[in-house]
Design a protein around this ligand. Structure first.
Ligand SMILES: [Fe+2]
Length: 498
C-alpha cells in the first residue's frame, strides 16, 4: 500500500477513535544517529504505553516500543527507542491500553557520527513570561534539536523556594516544564537536550551546599553591600539531580554524585554539557574580601576557588583531548567569556555607586558567578587547550537574560550567549554599555564583539541562538528574535581553513 495512503488511513483512524490519555509529553531527548528517548505521562491507572514508529520511507515497517508509567515517578516513563537509522524522520503515534491517543508527531535522528553536511540546532535559556513566540519561530529553521541551557521555568519562585525538598515538588516542576505554552507542541517534533542552571536547580544561585545572595542598602549616605550563603539540606540537591535523571530524557550521565554533566555526538560535532551548580563547593561570597579600613570589598578569589570542580574539569579535558570531532561545543548554563572579568573589576570600582535602585556592586556580584569569577580554574583550562593544541572549540551559554556573541578574541573562545527565550527584559548589555562609557571602566565591544541585544542594535526582543554547522568549513552563529528577524550573525572558520 502506497506510503501516503497508509499515513492518511492512520491519521483518519487516529482522529475518529482517539482520546487524550497523555497528560504531559511527548518530550524527545538523548537523540543519536541510532536511538532516542521519549518522556510520556498518563494518569490512566495500570496503563500500558505503546509507541508505534515508522520511518519516512516507502519500505519501512512500523515497529513498537512499550512501557508502563512508573507510579513513584508521577506515573510518567521515559521510553528507550533503539535500532533507528541515522538522519531519518520517524513518524510516531501513541497507544494507551491499545487505544490510540490524539497525540502523534515525528522526529529526526541525528546524522551519522562523523558525517559532514549542513546541520542546524537552536539554543536558549530563561523562560518565565507568557510570551512564547520564540517556540513558534524555532521550527522554521528546521533544527535537529534545541539545546536548553537552563532556567527552563523558575520553580524556585513559581512553585516554592524549597520545591526541591519533596519528590512531589520535583515531579510538579517537570510537569510545569512540559506544560509550557507553544513549547510543548514544538517538543513533539524537535528533540531537546537540557542542563539546568540556578533557578531550575535548587534555586537562588545554588551550589553543592548553599544558595547565594547579595543585598545592598544605604546607611548614613553610604552604600552597604552584604553577601549571604544560606545552606540547604543535602537531599534538596540529591532530589534535583534525581529529578533530572528520572523525568528528563537525558543522555548517559557521567557521575550523578557530582552532577548532570554529559556529552553527545552530532554528525561531525561533539557536545560537552557541563553543570555549573551541582559541584560548586564554595559560596560566591568567598570571591570577595572586606577591607575594614577602607570599608569596601575587594575581589580576591582564594586558591582553589572553582565553579565546575576538579572531577568535572578532568572529565572535560580528557573528553576534549580524545575527541576527533571537527567541532567541539562546550555548553554551559553561564558564560565562559573571560573578558567578563572587566565587569567584576568595574563593579568593585563603583561599589559605592547607587542610582534608582541600581547598585554598582551588583555588577561585581553578578559577573563573579560566571567563569570569569574563577580565574584559576578557567586559566588552567585555557592553558590545557593551548598545550594540547585543541582547536575548533565553541561555547554555548545562558543565564544573562540577553543574547550576545563574541568571536573569541575577547572571550577566549567563540561564544554564543543565548539567554532570553521569554524574559521581561534583555537590556543588560545596553545598560552595561552606558555604565562602561560613563565610568570609563570598559567598552562592551571588548567583551562581546559580535553584537546582540542592545549591541549595535536597539532590538531588545526575546530571541534564541541558531547554530549552523557547515561541513568542516565554518560554523555560523546567529541570534534570531521572536519575530524571526536576525539580530546578529557571524561565521567561525574551521582551523583547517584559516
Ligand atoms: Fe534566568
Amino acid at each position: 500500500m502506497h506510503r501516503v495512503g497508509l499515513v492518511l488511513i492512520l491519521v483518519v483512524i487516529s482522529f475518529t477513535s482517539t482520546a487524550q490519555f497523555i497528560t504531559h509529553g511527548p518530550v524527545i531527548g538523548a537523540v543519536t544517529d541510532s536511538s532516542a528517548r521519549m518522556y510520556l505521562r498518563t494518569t490512566i491507572p495500570n496503563a500500558q504505553l505503546t509507541l508505534e514508529l515508522v520511518a519516512d520511507d516507502p519500505f519501512s515497517i512500523p515497529f513498537k516500543v512499550s512501557a508502563s508509567p512508573v507510579p513513584r515517578n508521577d506515573s510518567s516513563v521515559v521510553l528507550g527507542i533503539e535500532q533507528l537509522s541515522s538522519n531519518t524522520e520517524y513518524h510516531y503515534r501513541i497507544f494507551v491500553n491499545q487505544k490510540p491517543d490524539t497525540i502523534a508527531g515525528s522526529f529526526r535522528t541525528f546524522p551519522a557520527v562523523g558525517e559532514k553536511g549542513e546541520f542546524t540546532f537552536v539554543t536558549g535559556s530563561c523562560q518565565e513570561t507568557e510570551n512564547m513566540k520564540v517556540f513558534d519561530v524555532m521550527p522554521l529553521h528546521n533544527p535537529y534539536f534545541l539545546m536548553h541551557t537552563g532556567d527552563y521555568t523558575y520553580p524556585d519562585y513559581q512553585i516554592a523556594p524549597d520545591y526541591s525538598s519533596t519528590w512531589d515538588g520535583m515531579a510538579l516542576s517537570y510537569r510545569k516544564r512540559y506544560d509550557e505554552k507553544e513549547m510543548k507542541y514544538m517538543l513533539r517534533s524537535v528533540p531537546i537536550d537540557y542542563v539546568y542552571d540556578d533557578n531550575d536547580y535548587v534555586g537562588g544561585s545554588g551550589g553543592r551546599f548553599c544558595k547565594n545572595d547579595w543585598k545592598a542598602h544605604k546607611e548614613n549616605g553610604r552604600v552597604v553591600n552584604e553577601m549571604f550563603a544560606p545552606e540547604f539540606p543535602p537531599f534538596w540537591r540529591r532530589n534535583t539531580i534525581k529529578g533530572y535523571d528520572e523525568f528528563f530524557p537525558h543522555y548517559p550521565l557521567v557521575d550523578t554524585s557530582e552532577g548532570i554533566y554529559h556529552s553527545f555526538k552530532f554528525g561531525n560535532a561533539e557536545f560537552f554539557v557541563i553543570d555549573r551548580n551541582s559541584a560548586k563547593d564554595r559560596p560566591n561570597k568567598d570571591g570577595f574580601v572586606y577591607d575594614e579600613k577602607k570599608k569596601k570589598w575587594r575581589w580576591d578569589p582564594p586558591e582553589g576557588y572553582a565553579l565546575f570542580g576538579k572531577k568535572q574539569m578532568d572529565w572535560l579535558k580528557k573528553s576534549l583531548k580524545e575527541s576527533d570531532a571537527d567541532w567541539k561545543f562546550i555548553v554551559s548554563g553561564v558564560p565562559l567569556n573571560g573578558a567578563c572579568e572587566k565587569l567584576i573589576h568595574a563593579g568593585v570600582k563603583i561599589q559605592n555607586m547607587s542610582m534608582k535602585g541600581f547598585y554598582g556592586f551588583h555588577m561585581a556580584w553578578g559577573f563573579s558567578q560566571y567563569w570569569a569569577g574563577f580565574p584559576e580554574e578557567r586559566n588552567d583550562f585555557m592553558q590545557f587547550l593551548e598545550d594540547n593544541d585543541i582547536n575548533d572549540v565553541i561555547v554555548i551559554s545562558g543565564d544573562t537574560h540577553h543574547n550576545v556573541m563574541d568571536d573569541g578574541s575577547n572571550a577566549g573562545l567563540p561564544e554564543l550567549n543565548a539567554s532570553g527565550l521569554s524574559v521581561t527584559g534583555t537590556e543588560l548589555a545596553y545598560y552595561l554599555k552606558l555604565i562602561g562609557t560613563f565610568t570609563f571602566q570598559y567598552r562592551m565591544k571588548k567583551i562581546w564583539n559580535q553584537g546582540g541585544n542592545g549591541l549595535g542594535t536597539k532590538n531588545l526582543k526575546n530571541a534564541f541562538g541558531k547554530v549552523s554547522i557547515v561541513n568542516d568549513d565554518y560554523v555560523e552563529l546567529s541570534i534570531i528574535d521572536e519575530d524571526n528577524a536576525v539580530i546578529s550573525s557571524f561565521q567561525v572558520p574551521h582551523s583547517s581553513k584559516k
